[in-house]
Design a protein around this ligand. Sequence first.
Ligand SMILES: CCCCCCCCCCCC(=O)SCCNC(=O)CCNC(=O)[C@H](O)C(C)(C)COP(=O)(O)OP(=O)(O)OC[C@H]1O[C@@H](n2cnc3c(N)ncnc32)[C@H](O)[C@@H]1OP(=O)(O)O
Length: 208
Amino acid sequence: MSEPDSDKVDLRSEIPRFRPAAPPPSFGEFVENMRRLQDLAVCVDATDEVYQQARDRAAELVELLAPYAAREGKGPANRSMDLPGRGSLLMPPFHVEKFDEESVVARGVLRRYHLGGGGVAHGGVLPLIFDDNFGNVVYAAKRPISRTAYLHVNYRKVTPLDVPLIIEGKVDRVEGRKTFITARLTEEDGTLLADGEGLMVQLLPGQP
Ligand SMILES: CCCCCCCCCCCC(=O)SCCNC(=O)CCNC(=O)[C@H](O)C(C)(C)COP(=O)(O)OP(=O)(O)OC[C@H]1O[C@@H](n2cnc3c(N)ncnc32)[C@H](O)[C@@H]1OP(=O)(O)O
């Protein structure tokens, strides 16, 4: 039998404990530069010589970082609460501004690398923002550890890039293992861009 792993949130579950990170000072600037690089990677129109140089410098960066790859929950990405998107490149750069049992509010911008077409955000980015908000709402409401069973987004208006956006989500109702959550994505002046509803289901012992 394998040894119990105290990093698991519950020894019957495969989910790692969530532990906020205190990243080294340069980590935030590194992540912001990586986001800027993503913006450029999706928009530059350069010569082959420039791409060759970019390829080689990117390969150097890979070589520098590869020895430090660590398992989930070790590195600061995704756990740095003071950084946009918790310091995770996967996450849109939003900051949580309110986190309590009533609601979770986060504010941020979508940027060039989130472009879908026609100058506005890719529709697939919005469910990511909603899902992350739902996860935070479950956590803030002190509900048991849960996973998203479904998530429904209504796109009410196109979502602009480089404009402050606000998402606010709250528990709508609880039925046994089920937590139903609703959320709204707006601009700062209250213009509704999208609203969503989701079901988070409490995990049973042993569910990953
Ligand atoms: C501080 C910083 C934090 C940091 C916060 C970080 C935030 C990150 C948040 C990310 C969250 C995720 O994306 S999680 C990843 C995406 N989700 C997943 O991968 C989940 C994959 N699916 C599953 O694992 C499973 O389907 C479960 C666990 C969701 C449910 O399976 P189960 O345990 O067998 O439950 P089951 O008996 O089927 O259903 C239980 C009840 O829910 C209902 N139910 C289940 N699925 C559905 C459904 N799609 N639509 C309607 N109803 C459903 C059933 O009818 C039943 O109702 P009744 O008969 O009892 O009435």
